[in-house]
Design a protein around this ligand. Structure first.
Ligand SMILES: [Zn+2]
Length: 104
């Protein structure tokens, strides 16, 4: 399996460290159901076949955090993006959505 790192180019998987599901959303620690929410966040996964969004770290390279879309059935890499860019896009989308909802 090879990753196309946005910074380093194509590299072998041995340079990267898997850090889990990138699609999971961290629960609100101040919620009254925080304990149950964190248990579900940590331990309950569907492990469905198909494409997963995963968090990877380029430990033996540029040290970027990456969001990788990978088909777990055949290990095909569909896309690789900087995690920072993905997070900023999600924040912008959430902010724009909140503004449009509040303005109506
Ligand atoms: Zn890299």
């Amino acid at each position: 399996m090879r990753f196309n790192c946005p910074c380093c180019g194509e590299r072998g998987a041995e340079e990267f460290v898997y850090h889990g599901d990138a699609a999971a959303t961290r629960p609100d620690a101040n919620s009254p159901t925080a304990m149950a929410d964190f248990i579900a966040y940590t331990y309950e996964r569907t492990n469905a076949a198909g494409v997963h969004r995963e968090l990877w770290y380029h430990a033996a390279g540029c040290h970027l955090w990456l969001v990788v879309a990978r088909n777990v059935m055949n290990h095909q890499i569909i896309s690789v993006a900087r995690a920072r860019d993905v997070a900023l896009a999600q924040t912008a989308q959430a902010t724009c959505g909140a503004q449009s909802n509040g303005g109506t």
